[in-house]
Ligand binder design. Structure first.
Ligand SMILES: [Zn+2]
Ligand SMILES: [Zn+2]
Ligand SMILES: [Zn+2]
Ligand SMILES: [Zn+2]
Ligand SMILES: [Zn+2]
Ligand SMILES: [Zn+2]
Ligand SMILES: [Zn+2]
Length: 1756
């Protein structure tokens, strides 16, 4: 057994317990001594001492003492040898074949829909994973606690009762083997020990004296005055109540009160004060008083003597000791059970176990748990004793249930919850019915606990009921369901008698329900208070399946069925007496008369609850189905039968529904509407609405048809409506009449047409389900779960859907979102019945609409006649007679007449539709009968009646004639096709009648007749076709226009990259023209003298707010893009790094190569005028401040708002700065190239910087670069040399643009560093460059993981966002002091330049080179700053600046890669001796030299080259993106395509690099040599090379969400093994998985809350701060939901990427189907993360689901 090795707490501390206790052991070993006496003496001596420190116990110490003083000697005596060794042996000798694992709340249980006998049969996760059911249709559910694993119980499973683990156990220890496990001596000892132990436990647990102990436990020593005030747990008081009461009553600290409360909740009771009796008594009163103040009831407090407390505690310890012992041997269990069941001879007292059961409700939580576990581990593991236990249980059933109902603990903590373990075992249930009469016991219990709800008529009335109490009553009802769950296959006389006895007893409950909660129509005033209707409906729901099961049980035995029917009939009759006092009245219509007692639903009381009548209806159809109905007269005489009376009540109920629909019951409030809803809802209808229809069918089959219809008319209060038309002006009344007529016609349609009930016609259950599904799918394609929800469940929670669905529907898989749906197969469409009785009004019209539309699309007529119904079974065959009876004809004719005569207010289209439907039914019936038997035998003469005149009046017309006229009624245009269909049917039936002697001819001519009508039909068809064709052409035209637009769109955007000639900048004027050929040549190069021209088109943008267009210009007012800045860890290489939560002291200039946390800027790409945005923003802020809870969606202080167009969450705007187009004059370039070598450029830069330094040094003390080789080089160079290669004046931005530049830069600074805004902070430019570099890196990363080309594949929003960001970053410099920019630049160059070094320059291995590149390039123009004039480098100057900066950064990066990554062997490419390999080799030699041999020279050149080529790719790609968006130079074609091949070459060419990258070193050797020396001499580098530290490897790993298992139950398995790291209790936990890093957290639990900056944060929220810089993604495993959170206040739920086989997610695991990972959906989540759209998603979901406002995300 899994927990066999668990030796309880203190197991580890038992090593030294043996020797010290030798004398005691010796004493117990004496065979002759009185065990009980000695045992009790021992306890009396030790127990009070061991448990003396109750208030502040040292648990480990206590356990040690218990082991040493009591348990060890006891075990020695019991086993006769060393207990540890003995138990070890015992354990190895075999295990039980029952698993018996007891579930804790929240644990996942598994059931098999194929093999479980009922859904209460479950497996634990271990057994499930090792069972055959793993591959069956299983269900997963969360246990509420208290159940146990049924593995090994052969009665619970149809197949595979054992998992492989327990199969081993059963085969290795056959029965006889386990019998002789224990030798006789031990058995003998057990028989001696167990009774004393059990008696002690029982005595102590039910001990009621608070001051005294039993005499045998009282020690002679002086009784000390030491008491405890003990507080007990209950379900009425909340945690906070208890804490509050304790604080007030005891004056203790919050922490102490919390500690007490937690312990009370867990253990069930706790001593909260120790002291003398009086002081404890005082504390008790105080606590009671204070708790009464907060809630109605006082807390349960007792004062107990210390010794009593100690012994009770120890009794529980002994209980768990026994519990452990039980797991070792079947013999122990049997002996234990025998003793527990033993009754004292001649005594009436219950046995031990019954005593405990009866005391259960008085025990505290902790004691109950021990008791129940003990029952599980002993009785429930031995089938024979389980039965004996069950007998005891049923014996005291009433008492136990009553105790439970007044108990204040949850059901899981009650011994009554064990019923399911016994009652669902089929043999046990049978035994209990036969021997213990359990059905009667349960029903009588119900009758005894419900009387308080009985009114003066002995009917239930639940007004003002207590929900909690009723819930407890439901538990009893559930027991009834458990007992009935498996129907017997064999009936014995005894079983039959007992069952019938139970059934009769059950009928008594139904009698109390029949007609309960009567209501009366409210006239005049609206009712004041809505009725409590929920309780009665809830009981109906609870009873639904029980009623069905009773009927099924009855139906399985003919004798039983008939006797049950008689009993039920009697009961109905007894309830049908009221109204007898009234005088009968007469009602005449078309020559027929109805004599009845007056009753009006609209005036007299009526009830919707008629379980007796409905049970009778259920039994009646079963009589019909089994054929037993032929013997009915033997049991119920025809005089007694009184069908009118049987029909009466169900009919009233249907009339009530009709009147509610006619709004006659408006004033009775919502409660009635709800009742009517449930009456027809799938949860109740089987035993309510459906049965009422059946009862009407019974009536129609047994009554005279005209009488039946007259009764209908009278009860619907429509007698007048069909008599003579009394002109009335009351519009409301007319409307009411019309609705009532519609309702009645509908019911008539159902009575005649609805035959899909086994017994009413010859259909199977499968047919019934198929028909339900067909009609659901006729409305629209539906998801599996939606269909399931609309079908009734049987007692096993099955709908039977899976068996038939594939016959009627095809499954369509879902896409990345949404769910899979079933679509109806075409061949099933003919089954569609518009008046399907389970359609609601909306479903009805939706289905009608869908089907008509479909027929129209197929160019068919729109008639939707009823499908031919199956034949009634003989008992019901008379029902059809109501179709052709006189009253029916009168009704049909009257209504048609009204329609034809255009009395518009007296009829409705719906009404006519129903009339037509009834006509169709009649014709179909006659046709079917004629086709089956010769004409003379067919008495059903619908045709004849319909073609006969209704009266002798001159203008009288028949139905057929009316139909012809109907075709011309304009309002009924839509019904024309149906009318035509009916006319054809008339014709066909006529021919069948006429030529019935020649049946074959008849059918042939019938088809011919149909043809005759075709000429008109053809015309209509042609017309329809023409219209359809016109519509098709129109659609085509529109499609063509659309695709043309699309093509244009593509064309325009292509230009962005292709065009070189059209670049028109202002600077062009001062430049020479250039040859077209060279333009093509260097047009695709971004850096250096051959730089291509910028492609800067004129940008005209439309503001989304004012819709006005504006060109983007330097000097115009600013236009802005809405944007969202957020911190991000999406690229981190090291999640264990601790992030600084506040950036107050952070220096963000250098980015660590781990990229631990960056600042990402994203945009939705929507453009506004800065001014428009500001107005909008202010209005929005004002508006939101007035809204409640808004702080949870928007952080207004931090500038959050929603994009006015797409509602994305934004927190700033990016100003759109136009690209300054530049072009290089090639002659100039060549000239410059002559002079400006890298060496010279370096010198110039150095001189410039040192010049600044000298100038600035006068003022403040700066971090001066130390110039290494100042003396060297050309001294002719001076401070201004840098300007000589070309300058131009700086761009002049409009003030509006400047303002926006500052605003955006400040936002980046504020969000990126989490600091207060400060426009003057020196770190603002750094943050600008940093977010620019980081965002580019994120985009490059995203493109790579998505496998998209570098250029041309960005989403529009990404493209415009990036463009704006880079241009902004270049322009931002102008709003900061140039000295500051220079200062930052110098620090950046410190890493790259060989000839000077700044003090705090980080090591080469500690910087991200791309960040340096971006910073250096963007800050470099500051070197051109002069006091007087605002200058910036000319195009040619910046071309060289960019080139050299880039080359230097690249050299540094290559060195980084070689040092950190070229150490491991790569298998990707084969050795070769290419030029690159050789260069690499020689480079390595240098490095080796400079690192004094630390760098291994042995690495082959080709390998180094391979590493560099792979490692440098992301950097090159980022650089290409950066320079492209900075300069606007078109990239080469290869970068627009997704090809690995050409990419490297193209990048090198675009970035002016040799493809053999090592040639760079070669080319610049003199300059690079000292730099390389410096880099290599760095201590960090050396330590890394020596293997002492680890540097980041290149290429960096691309982050992915963690791997998830394919099968969801694997995750549940993980979760079940999850232990909270902070607490060791077994309380239910909510394990949550971080999808970024895979950490499993303990969420929503106080144990794992953390204090961050003075705020309590839940485990998830605090984890997110580190793991995702505040934004994170979790999977709640037990709920199967993904949670996205941001910061402390925001979050949302998202469906987990797991789907069941029907393509649906299962949030909350409500359905419990097996779930499998959907890779596409998981990828979508991955993209959500990498695209930085999590915040956006949260904001969007919060906008739509306002429900989560209340959730405290902070504590997640
Ligand atoms: Zn198990
Ligand atoms: Zn098992
Ligand atoms: Zn199975
Ligand atoms: Zn505008
Ligand atoms: Zn937007
Ligand atoms: Zn994480
Ligand atoms: Zn925890």
């Amino acid at each position: 057994m899994a927990d066999g090795a668990d030796r309880g707490p203190g197991a580890g501390a038992t090593g030294g317990r043996a020797p010290a206790q030798a004398p005691e052991r010796a004493m117990w070993c004496d065979e002759r001594f009185d065990f009980q006496g000695t045992f009790l003496q021992c306890l009396a001596k030790h127990v009070p001492n061991i448990y003396s420190a109750e208030m502040d116990p040292l648990l480990e110490k206590q356990e040690e003492m218990v082991q040493a003083a009591i348990l060890y000697p006891l075990e020695c005596y019991l086993f006769g040898e060393d207990p540890d060794m003995f138990l070890e042996k015992l354990q190895q000798s075999g295990t039980s074949q029952l698993c018996g694992k007891v579930f804790k709340g929240g644990e996942t249980t598994y059931s098999c829909r194929d093999c479980a006998v009922d859904p209460t049969c479950v497996l634990c996760i271990d057994c499930f994973q090792n069972s055959i059911h793993k591959n069956h249709r299983y269900k997963m559910h969360s246990s509420t606690g208290g159940g146990f694993c049924d593995c090994g119980d052969t009665e619970a499973w149809k197949a595979g009762p054992l998992c492989t683990k327990h199969e081993l156990g059963s085969s290795s220890s056959p029965k006889e083997n386990s019998e002789c496990q224990l030798n006789e001596e031990i058995m003998e000892h057990s028989r001696r020990v167990f009774p004393s132990v059990i008696k002690y436990i029982v005595d102590m647990l039910i001990w009621e004296e608070e001051k005294e102990l039993p005499p045998e436990l009282t020690v002679s020593r002086e009784k000390v005055d030491s008491y405890y005030c003990v507080l007990f747990n209950d379900e009425h008081h909340s945690y906070d109540h208890v804490i509050y009461s304790l604080q007030r009553a005891l004056g203790c600290e919050l922490g102490e009160a919390q500690l007490h409360t937690t312990a009370i909740d867990k253990e069930g009771r706790r001593a909260v004060k120790a002291g003398h009796y009086a002081s404890c008594q005082e504390a008790k009163e105080e606590i009671k008083r204070h708790s009464e103040n907060v809630s109605q009831r006082p807390l349960h407090v007792e004062v107990l003597h210390a010794d009593v407390m100690a012994h009770q505690k120890f009794a529980l310890r002994l209980g768990s000791w026994l519990n452990k012992l039980m797991s070792y041997s079947s013999d122990f269990r049997q002996i234990f059970c025998q003793i527990c069941l033993k009754e004292e001879a001649g005594s009436e007292k219950p046995c031990f176990i019954s005593k405990l059961m009866l005391w259960d409700a008085k025990l505290h939580k902790g004691a109950r748990k021990v008791l129940h576990e003990l029952i599980f581990s002993s009785f429930f593991m031995e089938m024979e004793y389980k039965k004996l236990f069950a007998v005891e249980f049923v014996k005291y059933y009433k008492a136990l249930q009553k105790e439970y109902i007044s108990d204040d603990h949850d059901r899981v903590l009650s011994v009554t919850a064990l019923s399911v373990q016994m009652f669902t075992v089929p043999t046990l249930a049978r035994h209990l019915i036969e021997e213990q009469n359990v059905i009667t016991t349960i029903t009588e219990t119900l009758l005894e606990v419900l009387p308080e709800y009985l009114d003066k008529n002995d009917k239930f009335n639940f007004q003002g009921y207590s929900q909690d109490k009723l819930n407890r009553v439901y538990a009893v009802i559930y027991d009834l369901r458990y007992v009935l769950v498996s129907k017997p296959t064999l009936w014995t006389d005894r079983l039959r008698e007992r069952f019938l006895e139970g059934f009769v007893s059950f009928l008594r409950i139904l009698t109390c329900m029949q007609g309960m909660e009567e209501i009366k129509r409210q006239i005049g005033q609206h009712i004041e208070v809505d009725h409590d209707w929920e309780a009665a409906i809830a009981i109906q729901m609870q009873l639904k399946n029980i009623l069905l099961m009773f009927q099924e049980w009855c139906a399985s035995d003919e004798e039983l069925l008939l006797r049950a029917y008689r009993e039920c009939h009697k009961a109905v009759m007894r309830c049908s007496t009221n109204g007898r006092s009234r005088e009968k009245t007469m009602f005449h219509l078309c020559g027929h008369t109805l004599e009845s007692r007056p009753y009006r639903v609209s005036a007299d009381p009526v009830s919707i609850h008629l379980p007796l009548s409905r049970t009778l209806a259920g039994l009646h159809v079963r009589l019909s189905k089994t054929g037993a109905i032929s013997r009915l007269h033997e049991f119920v005489s025809p005089e007694e039968f009184q069908v009118e009376l049987l029909v009466e009540y169900p009919l009233r109920c249907l009339v009530l529904v009709a009147q509610v629909a006619a709004e006659m019951w408006r004033r009775n409030g919502l409660s009635l509407i709800s009742q009517v809803f449930y009456y027809q809802d799938v949860k109740c209808r089987e035993e309510m609405y459906d049965k009422d229809i059946i009862m009407l069918q019974i009536g129609a089959s047994l009554m005279d048809p005209n009488q039946f219809l007259l009764l209908m008319l009278q009860r619907y209060e429509l007698a007048d409506a069909f008599k003579k038309i009394k002109p009335t002006k009351d519009q409301d009344l007319i409307k009411q009449y019309n609705i009532l007529i519609e309702e009645m016609l509908q019911i008539l349609i159902y009575v005649v047409g609805e035959r899909y009930v086994p017994g009413i016609s010859d259909v199977t259950k499968e047919d019934v389900i198929m028909r339900e599904i067909i009609h659901l799918l006729c409305i629209e394609p539906m998801a599996h779960s939606a269909i399931t929800k609309s079908l009734p469940e049987n007692e096993n929670n099955e709908t039977g859907l899976e068996n038939v669905i594939d016959k009627v529907a095809t499954f369509k898989k879902p896409g990345v979102s949404g769910h899979g749906v079933y679509e109806l197969k075409d061949e099933c469409l003919k089954e569609f019945n518009m008046f399907f009785y389970h359609y609601t009004k909306t479903q009805h019209s939706k289905a009608e609409h869908t089907q008509k539309k479909r027929r129209k699309q197929e160019n068919r007529d729109e008639a939707l006649p009823p499908p031919p119904p199956p034949d009634f079974s003989p008992a019901f065959s008379n029902v059809v007679r109501i179709l052709n009876c006189d009253v029916m004809m009168h009704i049909l004719r009257t209504l048609l007449q009204r329609a034809v005569e255009l009395e518009t207010h007296l009829w409705t289209e719906a009404m006519i539709q129903m009339v037509l439907h009834l006509l169709s039914l009649g014709l179909l019936e006659e046709k079917q009968q004629l086709q089956k038997s010769p004409e003379e035998e067919v008495s059903f003469d619908f045709y004849h009646k319909a073609t006969r005149m209704g009266s002798s009046a001159l203008n009288a017309v028949n139905v057929l004639m009316l139909l012809e006229k109907l075709k011309r009624v304009p309002q009924l245009e839509a019904q024309k096709d149906t009318v035509n269909w009916i006319l054809q049917m008339f014709d066909m039936v006529k021919r069948l009648r006429e030529k019935s002697s020649l049946t074959t001819v008849a059918t042939a001519s019938a088809s011919e007749a149909a043809k005759g009508d075709e000429s008109t039909q053809d015309k209509e068809k042609a017309e329809r076709k023409r219209k359809a064709e016109a519509a098709r052409l129109h659609r085509q035209k529109i499609m063509a226009q659309m695709s043309a637009l699309q093509r244009n769109f593509i064309e325009t955007h292509k230009l962005l990259y292709e065009n070189t000639l059209e670049a028109q900048g202002k600077e062009d004027a001062i430049m020479e023209e250039e040859s077209v050929s060279s333009a093509v040549d260097y047009s695709k190069i971004a850096l250096g003298p051959k730089r291509g021209p910028s492609v800067a088109e004129k940008e005209v943008l439309t503001c989304i707010l004012c819709q006005e267009e504006q060109e983007v210009k330097l000097e115009s007012d600013a236009m802005v893009l809405s944007a969202c800045v957020q911190k991000s860890t999406a690229l981190t290489q090291n999640r264990s790094r601790i992030l600084e939560l506040s950036g107050d002291t952070l220096d963000p200039l250098f980015m660590h190569p781990d990229l631990p946390c960056g600042t990402h800027t994203g945009s939705c790409g929507h453009v506004m005028h800065a001014a428009c945005w500001q107005k909008y923003f202010e209005a929005m802020q004002l508006n939101f401040r007035q809204r409640l809870h808004v702080e949870q969606i928007f952080d207004l202080e931090n500038g959050e708002y929603l994009c006015p167009l797409c509602k994305s969450l934004c927190n700033t705007v990016i100003p759109i700065v136009p690209l300054q187009a530049q072009k290089i004059n090639s002659e100039d370039a060549e000239a410059v190239a002559q002079i400006l070598s890298l060496a010279r450029w370096l010198e110039i830069v150095t001189v410039r910087i040192s010049g600044y330094s000298v100038k600035n040094a006068k003022g403040e003390k700066q971090n001066l670069p130390a110039f290494a080789n100042r003396g060297m080089g050309n001294s002719a160079l001076e401070f201004h040399s840098i300007l000589s290669f070309g300058v131009q004046s700086s761009a002049k931005y409009s003030s509006s643009i400047k303002e926006m530049l500052i605003l955006f830069a400040t936002t980046i600074y504020r969000v990126g560093l989490k600091v207060a805004p400060n426009e003057a902070d020196s770190r603002i430019p750094m943050m600008t460059w940093s977010t620019c570099a980081f965002t580019i890196q994120c985009i490059e990363n995203l493109l790579e993981t998505e496998g998209k080309p570098l250029f041309g594949s960005l989403q529009n929003r990404q493209h415009s966002g990036l463009k704006a960001l880079v241009q902004f970053a270049a322009a931002q410099r102008t709003t900061s002091p140039q000295v500051l920019i220079q200062k930052h630049l110098i620090r950046l160059l410190g890493v790259l330049l060989p000839n000077f070094k700044v003090e705090d320059t980080p090591s080469l291995l500690e910087v991200d080179m791309f960040h340096i590149l971006v910073g250096a390039v963007l800050s470099f123009p500051s070197l051109y700053w002069e006091d007087a004039v605002d200058l910036q480098p000319s195009s040619i100057s910046s071309a060289y600046n960019h080139l050299y900066l880039f080359h230097l950064a690249t050299l540094a990066h290559i060195t980084q890669i070689v040092i950190s990554s070229a150490t491991e062997s790569s298998t990707a490419c084969s050795p070769d001796n290419s030029e690159e390999a050789q260069s690499a080799q020689s480079f390595c030699r240098e490095v080796c030299q400079y690192t004094s041999g630390c760098f291994s020279q042995d690495i082959p050149g080709w390998l180094v080259w391979d590493c560099v080529k792979k490692g440098i790719m992301p950097y090159l790609r980022c650089a290409a993106l950066f320079f492209h968006y900075l300069l606007g130079v078109s990239p080469p074609e290869e970068l627009l395509q997704d090809s690995e091949e050409g990419q490297f070459k193209a990048l090198c060419s675009y970035l002016s690099l040799p493809t053999n990258l090592f040639l760079l070193f070669h080319e610049y050797w003199d300059t690079v040599n000292p730099l390389l020396q410096r880099w290599c001499a760095d201590p960090m580098v050396l330590s890394c090379l020596k293997g002492k530290s680890i540097a980041i490897r290149y290429p960096r790993k691309r982050n992915h969400l963690i791997e998830l298992p394919e099968d969801y139950s694997c995750l549940l398995n993980q979760a079940s093994q999850f232990r909270c790291p902070r607490s060791s209790d077994d309380e239910q936990k909510h394990p949550v998985l971080c999808l970024f890093c895979g950490a499993m957290l303990c969420s929503q639990n106080t144990c794992c809350q953390e204090l961050v900056n003075g705020e309590e944060l839940g485990a998830c929220t605090s984890h997110a701060l580190q793991c995702g810089a505040g934004v994170c993604m979790f999977l709640k495993i037990r709920e199967c939901k993904v949670v996205l959170i941001e910061g402390k206040t925001r979050g949302c739920l998202y469906p987990a990427p797991y789907l069941d086989e029907y393509g649906e997610t299962d949030p909350g695991l409500k359905r419990g189907n097996p779930l499998h990972l959907c890779r596409e959906r998981y990828r979508k989540l991955h993209l959500l993360w990498q695209q930085h759209c999590i915040i956006e998603e949260i904001a969007r979901s919060q906008e739509t689901n306002q429900i989560f406002f209340g959730f405290n995300w902070q504590l997640l």
